[in-house]
Design a protein around this ligand. Sequence first.
Ligand SMILES: [Ca+2]
Ligand SMILES: [Ca+2]
Ligand SMILES: [Ca+2]
Length: 404
Amino acid sequence: MKMKLLVLTLACAVSLPSFAADEPVVVIAKADVDAAASAVAADDDQQTEPGSDEVTSPSAEDLAGRLDSITEAFTEARNTLDNLNRMRFSGYIQPQYLNDERSINELTGVAATRNRDQFSVRRARIKFAYQFSPTSRFIFQPDFGTGGAPTLKDGYVEYTEPWTTWRNTLTAGQFNWPFGFEIMYSSSSREMPERSNVVRTLFPGERDRGAMLSGVGFGERFNYRVAVVNGTGTAQTFDFNKRKDVVARVGGTLGPLDLGVSLYRGAELVSLTGLTRGREFDKERTGIDFQWVTPVPGLGVRGEYIRGVQPPNPGVAQTVRAADVDGWYAYAIQNLGTRHQFVVRVDEYDPNTDTNNNATRTIGGSYIFHWDANSKFMFAYEQPELEDSDPDDNVFTLRYQYSF
Ligand SMILES: [Ca+2]
Ligand SMILES: [Ca+2]
Ligand SMILES: [Ca+2]
């Protein structure tokens, strides 16, 4: 009985550290257990010398057999643990209350109602990542928030080459358009409830399907992403035209300043009055973005400017042309300690730079209180106004977020 205990203790002592450590330890652990087993067996031999007549004392073979099965069990547990270790789960949920000046009581069905004052779950996402080796990765992220049925947000595989320090990676599937900063910045980290007007308008849904090449170089001071995508985003299940769009961003870091230049070139098929099969329009965006950690303690500033050519909305007359559009945003984020964030954001979107008084400028701000490492409260207010008027469309959002 004592022997068994000793063997178990030994096996545990040998295996435990290997649970915490990485890959190859399992072999060493097993070898150690084997060594311990033979030592115990040798010890046992000496004890069962003539004269000692214990009836129940297990034989060396017995012990070795038991040890083998223990080792086997541990190896199995170890393999399971390895498998779990390759899997990463993260997620967040955003319950919120929204108050919008545009709200009107209306009983014409959920989709048609013009009341926007309500409680909702804005986003409820779980992200699964599985990484078998450093050279390949699987990402899957559905969203169960607003919108009824769950939708796929991220769904892609990554292959990273092991030969250079650039970590050149091929991504295939559904992923964020590699353009600017705000598109790729996670909604769980963003300091305002929604992305700025210009980004929401020109990149609805923020994602598309395609293939992307990306990498980092020069001591991580330079990064690039180039993608070929459908161009239809994720609201549609397929691409309406044969042409594929190209989108790219190159970025650089100069100490506390990050800079990026982005490009999008493509074509969209739009159905027009009397031409339902559609006509192709140029779809172009060019952008610059920066993120700066200022010398003022806790103060960060970021901004982005995008200009482009936007195809008309479906169903308009055949004489309508694509419009020159532009927009920008600027954030100032002041952190006070680890719990308080004060944020101001100004953004503007002009749906036609050749027409006057049609741009919308939104001034917004938020206060974020970090309850603990996982949860935070956001109080945000936004006031959009046109160049020559200020409609009643201000929005107050109270949002709680729990993430892990
Ligand atoms: Ca296309
Ligand atoms: Ca204008
Ligand atoms: Ca307003």
